[in-house]
Design a protein around this ligand. Structure first.
Ligand SMILES: [Zn+2]
Length: 348
């Protein structure tokens, strides 16, 4: 792994506006550095599970639709690269969609829905397959997985995959996680706890966890960069494909969150103009809003224009805003689909 020093240095600048200026320069230089290494060996994106999410948070209160929920769809990237000549497989955001429902947020939501829970779930939560189902379809075995990582640990339960008082589904996989995310998840502040699965990381053996400090290039065409804000130890995946780079996180819920002047979602453009904001935050957490804004600028510069329409950015939300009859006035204006590239292979 190679440190991406320019970004790390910019994050250490002490005042927020100066830090943002430093991050803009560092992100542009880092994009050039990542592009010069060429594309990743292989990457595929799959959909997992749709879920409802408060409209109030999705665009920080900027969208004017009275619908209480937007619909979002979880996605996972399967990335392969060479590390010292050996093939490595990374699953980015392999959400355990069955166990994630134990997050305090979902439990509270189910209680609010009451008798309407089952019919509403049918409408709001279509399933696109589990992690094991997708891996089998892609021809990969559990023992082929070397790394799992998440842009952040909201609503994640890692115990089935990595072993926490039970045999690990992935016998060899290590969790790549920032030190800040791991420490804050293992000892939750009350303002954070609602978004997490109680005890979702308990018992995961220490030798299954590889702590990251700062931003790193894992191999040519794939990097994990520090993008705090949505959570304290938030990070983003950067993948370079033959069509150009794309970036994954949940700092924004849609591609247009990064170019709100292009948004036709009622209210979003006017909100950004009124506030003088270049990006619109996914605003369910408040503790790191300044950093989150700066992180979104970093992501926007690393991603660059979307090939299909350069007015938008090649940003792929890890949970993407999805059109739904249950959320009128909250459909994405433009959807960036991360291009699949290369051919996934089993370990020899
Ligand atoms: Zn989150």
């Amino acid at each position: 792994m190679k440190r991406l020093e320019a970004l790390d240095a910019a994050w250490r600048v002490s005042t927020p506006a100066e830090r943002l200026r430093a991050l803009r320069k560092a992100a542009a230089a880092t994009r050039d550095e990542l592009l010069s290494g060429g594309p990743v060996r292989a990457c595929q994106t799959v959909k997992l599970q749709a879920f409802p999410y408060p409209s109030l948070y999705a665009f920080s209160g900027g969208a004017t639709s009275p619908a209480p929920f937007v619909v979002m769809t979880n996605r996972m990237q399967v990335v392969q690269f060479l590390e010292n000549g050996a093939l490595k497989t990374l699953l980015f955001n392999p959400s355990d969609v069955e166990r994630d429902r134990a997050a305090t947020y979902y439990v509270d939501l189910a209680r609010t829905m009451g008798l309407a829970q089952k019919p509403l779930e049918k409408l709001l939560m279509p399933s696109h397959g589990t992690v094991p189902q997708h891996l089998e379809r892609l021809g990969l075995r559990p023992e082929d997985v070397d790394y799992v990582a998440y842009d952040h640990l909201h609503v994640q339960d890692l115990r089935r995959w990595l072993g926490g008082g039970e045999p690990a589904y992935f016998p060899k996989a290590k969790l790549l996680v920032t030190k800040a995310e791991w420490e804050s998840t293992r000892d939750l502040h009350p303002m954070n706890a609602v978004w997490y699965v109680p005890h979702g990381c308990d018992g995961v053996p220490d030798d299954r966890v590889q702590l990251l400090e700062g931003s790193v290039q894992l191999a040519p065409g794939v990097a994990i960069v520090s993008t705090p804000g949505h959570t304290l130890g938030n990070m983003s995946l950067v993948v370079v494909t033959p069509q150009g780079p794309f970036v994954v996180s949940e700092n924004g819920v849609s591609t247009e969150s990064y170019t709100p002047l292009q948004s036709r979602i009622p209210g979003v453009r006017a909100y950004a103009e009124r506030m003088g904001y270049e990006v619109v935050l996914n605003g369910n957490t408040r503790e790191g809003s300044l950093d989150q804004y700066s992180s979104m600028i970093v992501e926007k510069l690393l991603a660059g224009p979307a090939p299909a329409d350069p007015a938008y950015v090649a940003f792929a939300p890890s949970s993407e805003l999805t059109s739904s009859m249950m959320a009128p006035g909250l459909s994405p204006t433009f959807s960036f689909t991360p291009p699949d590239c290369g051919t996934l292979a089993r370990r020899a």
